[in-house]
Write a protein of this length. Structure first.
Lengths: 251, 251
């Protein structure tokens, strides 16, 4: 990955003991990353950290200085182990308490009768945060400066990304092409390296796969410059033909 | 998570643009974490970083000082984008070149005739590293100090963990119990918080789920102290009964 002027970057901080313990398989990185690709934002780092206040504060304050956008997932629910909101308020030295707008949204969502103390906790966050609306289950996420706090439940997180689109200013959209071939990596390593040297600003990745008993390699070309991808693609296809290597898929 | 004297911790560094781009769903964190649980090692942080030499060097040198064990995944194959071995050699200020033992293993695996330059690259690593044997596909991983370098392909990685067992000195095994209930988090938040305050050295996590159209919560109790888990478990089951909340699963 080469730095270019147009590049806008991002990091994700996954807050959750359940990911670290191996109990839960994270799927949010893929969702957020694919959505960021569309917006022209390049995900450059992910961290998974435990539900410990100091870890959250330290990580947030380190990462938010390094990246244009930071997304956190997890820890904004109603239980004692949901400490993201209060920790982020501390990281920003901001007041933590009932957020008026969030309170009103949740009171309306549950109805006054059923708006229990547990549910009220979900209206507690840095009081000056802007909200990220939640079309699935009421409880909003929030934005402080360049930090976007989202829930951990994958379906809810996904439903909230749509409403965020206009708040993210991406660069050029990152495009990619994939060529899948019926060979092993060592057979194409040298030629691929040659092409990578020629196209310095294009990312060429090589990924072996084992599917249905077949061994193969996917060659992935990524760049925000369509012409460069196309040229690079042609060059790769050409050396594959010379080597008589079967192309089994393109997209 | 409270610090205890017996606790042995670890971090994982996933090296790979394909994870950051959303192209590939990581599954290695779950594999390594569950294996570490068995050994009494607690995974405390994960980082996903790109295939950029400086990122790898900086991250390795930061993380290896903070954690007892560090596992890296990815970037030790034969192609130009596999730069983990050389970057780690640089991080440790060690010579990078053909590793005698690795070279011999790979030459035997492929046979002299088929031991191409691409394949030979997989024998290049910090020359003084100890090897992690690979029962699936020949190419070994390696160990430098507290850093364990594994491949990114999930099935190969898994096959290599077995041989590592004796090299990891864990603490007490981390045990867990899970109670799944037919309710929403806000209904149990207060009681759970009360139990967590009573059992300060036990981790109690609360995770909502949406399965087959049913909403529920999994309560996960984790500790290396079996008695404390059992006592905590009883206390949670007791308040659930008082609240007339259905327990739909235990394990």
């Amino acid at each position: 990955m080469k730095k270019t002027k147009e590049k806008v970057n991002a990091a994700i901080i996954i807050i959750g003991n359940e990911i670290l313990s191996g109990r839960t398989q994270d799927v949010n990185v893929v969702s957020i990353s694919l959505w960021l690709n569309e917006l022209g934002v390049q995900l450059e780092e992910v961290r998974v950290i435990p539900d410990i206040e100091n870890s959250i504060i330290r990580t947030i304050n380190e990462v938010r200085k390094k990246f244009k956008y930071v997304f956190t997932t997890g820890g904004i629910g109603p239980t004692h182990d949901d400490i993201t909101s209060q920790s982020i308020a501390k990281a920003f030295n901001m007041k933590y308490g009932y957020h008026k707008e969030a309170y009103a949204i949740l009171e309306k969502y549950y109805g006054k009768e059923k708006f229990s103390p547990g549910r009220k906790k979900m209206a507690m966050m840095p009081t000056k945060a802007s909200l990220i609306l939640n079309p699935s289950s009421g409880a909003p996420g929030f934005i402080l400066d360049n930090v976007y706090c989202l829930p951990g439940v994958p379906s809810i997180l996904k439903s909230m990304l749509g409403g965020l689109k206009n708040k993210i200013k991406g660069g050029k959209k990152i495009l990619s092409k994939t060529i899948s071939v019926n060979t092993v990596e060592s057979e194409i390593a040298k030629s691929l390296e040659y092409v990578q040297r020629k196209f310095k600003t294009v990312d060429i990745g090589s990924y072996p796969f084992f599917r249905l008993g077949k061994i193969g390699v996917s060659i992935v070309i990524r760049s925000s410059d369509k012409k460069k991808i196309d040229d690079c693609y042609k060059e790769i296809v050409s050396f594959l033909k010379n080597k008589k290597i079967d192309i089994i898929g393109k997209r």
